[in-house]
Design a protein around this ligand. Structure first.
Ligand code: IMP
Length: 501
């Protein structure tokens, strides 16, 4: 006979945290959000930790190199999406590993024979007014000049005029040589009253640009997530098909950890993939696996050697897996059961396996709930898709700015490997939708607020670390009536009244 769970499967919004004693030490400034990212033996230090318990989803519409840089600067980690060619994905990883605070790989480039019209186009598209002119128009081509809006305003050029007629040519440029420190670059910027200093190699090829405004960026980001060589830490999604070539290329590009991206991770394909990575790249790259929603799935992937386990099926905001296949489990029930399995495994072996709660975070407090239920960090898609740094278009719909956000199982992403059960190589039906999310501005501004909320909620729970929260939190189920009580009720909201009058 089939197995029936006694309890209904539950989601985050069905729980609330009951406060504990807040001692005088319980102030947001004293809360430490460091959390393990990969497995470790108790008494030792995990080889990778996060400075904030947040990862961005393995999705085309969320995690590219720009997102990875922005999030690692704030202390979290991105997993660069795997539903693209191996070369492109490795290139994105390489860009993150090469990133140095203050040193920017130029992303607005033209050739000397392009016209002012091209300059105006690029400015509209990227918002950047400093354009590097390279021989072949690539970000790392031989530098022949720089164009700023000052150059063409002063020359009163017509739109058809070629760039080499009004750019500041290389012979008149102040530049730095590769290897220069940020301090030295900045001294040159101040000394010569520049806005931008190009950095070139010994063949005059462009390597970076340093902008005056970026100088203080590392001071603004005390949580930056860095490896032993002070490079930003980055993850990447992989699948159970081309993993041998993909992982090899990603390791070569410097990736710190990979994660098998699948809607259902309790499979022999995942076990084979993990084992192959451990046999071939032990010590070079860590591997997360999932997604699972119960003890059995957790034990299976841990036995194969996984370094962390991702939890959640069917809870993502763009996910229609439950409607299409009737597969899944409420996110809260999944995290609670897998965390208990993790604790059981810890008791047996002395080895701690971090757990990532993936999908279904709607409110900031859901993050605290996930941590309180035993997750070590959370993975978010919708949340990050709303920011400037996500790779999708920002457009105006019905008078409001929105960003595009689509699921990996939608026809748009065509990530069949994520849903593949070893059969033919195409999406037979969709498991995700194509959607919009409200545009929310810069990642850092939003994340700072979210982190502050997490910390102050933890203070209410009397917890100064993620570990303490997991030990001390008291959670209660809520009734349908008390959910209604949780929002503003029995008052007339002022902005509603104004908008309807
Ligand atoms: P969100 O934070 O609620 O938007 O959920 C993001 C998570 O949804 C991702 O990390 C994936 O685990 C999952 N996901 C991504 N694309 C799809 C899809 O097309 N169908 C189902 N789940 C998806």
């Amino acid at each position: 006979m089939a197995y029936f769970y006694n309890e209904p499967s539950r989601t985050f919004s069905e729980y609330l945290l009951v406060p504990n004693l807040s001692t005088k030490e319980c102030m947001p400034g004293n809360v430490e959000l460091k959390t393990p990212l990969v497995k470790y033996r108790v008494g030792e230090k995990p080889s990778l930790q996060l400075n904030i318990p947040v990862a961005s989803a393995i999705m085309q519409s969320v995690s590219d190199n720009n997102m990875a840089i922005a999030l690692a600067k704030c202390g979290g980690v991105s997993f660069v999406y795997g539903s693209q060619s191996i070369e492109n994905q490795a290139e994105m990883v390489r860009k993150v590993k090469k990133y140095k605070a203050g040193f920017v790989v130029s992303d607005s480039n033209l050739r000397p024979d392009n016209t002012l019209r091209d300059v105006v186009d690029i400015k509209e598209r990227t918002g950047h007014s400093t354009i590097a002119v390279t021989e072949d128009g690539t970000p790392t081509g031989r530098l022949v000049g720089i164009v700023t809006s000052r150059d063409y305003r002063l020359s009163r050029a017509s739109l058809d005029q070629k760039i080499n007629e009004f750019m500041t040519p290389f012979s008149q440029l102040i530049y730095g040589q590769e290897g220069i420190t940020l301090k030295e670059a900045n001294d040159m910027i101040w000394e010569h009253k520049l806005n931008c200093l190009p950095i070139i190699d010994d063949q005059q090829k462009l390597v970076y640009l340093v902008f005056r405004k970026d100088y203080d960026s590392h001071k603004e980001n005390p949580n930056e997530l860095l490896d032993g060589s002070k490079r930003l830490i980055v993850g990447a999604g992989i699948n159970t098909r081309d993993y041998k070539e993909r992982v090899t290329a990603l390791v070569d590009a410097g990736v710190d950890l990979v994660c098998i991206d699948s809607s259902d991770g309790y499979s022999e394909w995942q076990s084979d993939t993990i084992k192959w990575i451990k046999e071939n790249f032990q010590g070079e790259v860590k591997v997360g696996a999932g997604n699972v929603v119960d003890r059995e799935g957790f034990r299976y992937l841990v036995a194969a050697g996984a370094d962390f386990i991702k939890v959640g099926i069917g809870g993502g905001s763009i996910c229609i897996t439950r409607e299409q296949k009737g597969i899944g489990r409420g996110q809260a029930s999944s995290v609670i059961e897998v965390s208990a399995a993790r604790d059981e495994y810890l008791k047996e072996t002395g080895i701690y396996i971090p757990i990532c709660s993936d999908g279904g975070i709607v409110h900031d407090y859901h993050i605290v709930l996930a941590l309180a239920m035993g997750a070590d960090f959370v993975m978010l898609g919708r949340y990050f898709a709303r920011f400037d740094e996500s790779p999708t278009r920002k457009i105006k719909v019905g008078g409001n700015f929105v960003k595009e956000y689509w699921g990996e199982g939608s026809n748009r992403a065509r990530n069949w490997q994520r849903y593949d059960m070893g059969g033919d190589s195409k999406l037979g039906f969709e498991e995700g939708v194509d959607s919009y999310v409200p545009y929310a501005g810069k990642l850092k501004d939003n994340l700072d607020t979210t982190i502050h909320k997490i910390k102050s909620t933890m203070c209410n729970c009397g917890a100064l670390s993620v570990y303490e929260l997991q030990q001390k939190a008291r959670l209660t189920l809520v009734s349908a009536t008390s959910i209604k009580e949780g929002g503003a009720h029995d008052v007339i909201l002022k902005d509603k009244e104004l908008s309807s009058s």
